[in-house]
Write a new protein. Structure first.
Length: 243
């Protein structure tokens, strides 16, 4: 079964790909309005993590509508939400079993409410999957630290292929760069450079973290962890040998 995962090249969508990998044939998809060639950063990240990649073209009119909302509101939330929902609709029409994204439990934007997800599924006969929806920020950061080589920095300097890049470009084109700085608050972005190899120490540190009371609700045993390919099964014999 093929799942098309909306992909920016950042840590969240890359982690989502790893979690989906045991159950689907994962294809990473980056949408562009054709305003910049920053989609190439997502393509390069996809190559580094080993998944097939597809670029899809979106209607510039959708970006213009999103920018109108951003300028009217004075912040980007509704504009980004508009683009995300439109992208899901476009991708869901492809010949796939499921469409997925890297939205997280604690995200303010973009989000996919239950009614919207059910509507996409019913109208396009696909599943909508959000593999990070049950993870908080701390759990995600821990998974990423153990598994991904990530560059972190200010949004203006870190390579990325998310919606913000082209919306910033269009606002600068229609208004001026000062308006861009005013409506987009300073924040950090991430870009994935590759997948880290597990060391024996990292495996056992990670299993200990999963077995702690605080995170027991996430995974219950090593087998569950192995099923989503976060790390290999750690047998009792190897545990004793390590000790």
């Amino acid at each position: 079964m093929e799942v098309a995962l909306l992909y920016s090249g950042g840590k969240d969508s890359t982690l989502a790909a790893l979690l989906l990998d045991s159950f689907y044939d994962v294809r990473l998809v980056t949408a562009t309005f054709g305003l910049t060639d920053d989609w190439k950063y997502a393509s390069a990240a996809a190559a580094q993590v080993g998944y097939p990649f597809k670029q899809i073209q979106l209607d510039r009119a959708v970006a213009e509508t999103a920018v109108e909302k951003i300028l009217a509101d004075g912040y980007p939330r509704q504009g980004i939400q508009t683009v995300h929902e439109h992208t899901l609709e476009v991708v869901a029409q492809r010949d796939i079993a499921a469409v997925a994204d890297g939205t997280r439990r604690d995200d303010r934007v973009p989000t996919v409410p239950r009614a919207r997800a059910q509507s996409i599924e019913d109208r396009h006969d696909v599943d909508y999957v959000s593999p990070l929806a049950g993870f908080g920020r701390g759990a995600i950061d821990h998974l990423v630290d153990q598994r991904l080589d990530v560059e972190v920095g200010p949004s203006e300097t870190v390579p990325k292929s998310d919606y913000e890049v082209e919306l910033r470009t269009l606002i600068a084109e229609l208004e001026n760069p000062e308006v861009v700085s005013r409506v987009f608050p300073d924040h950090e972005q991430t870009y994935v450079r590759g997948i880290l190899k597990w060391t024996q120490q990292a495996v056992f540190d990670y299993v200990s973290w999963l077995e702690s009371t605080e995170h027991r609700m996430i995974f219950t045993d090593e087998t569950a962890v192995n099923q989503i390919q976060i790390l290999p099964i750690v047998t009792e014999q190897s545990r004793l040998e390590y000790q």
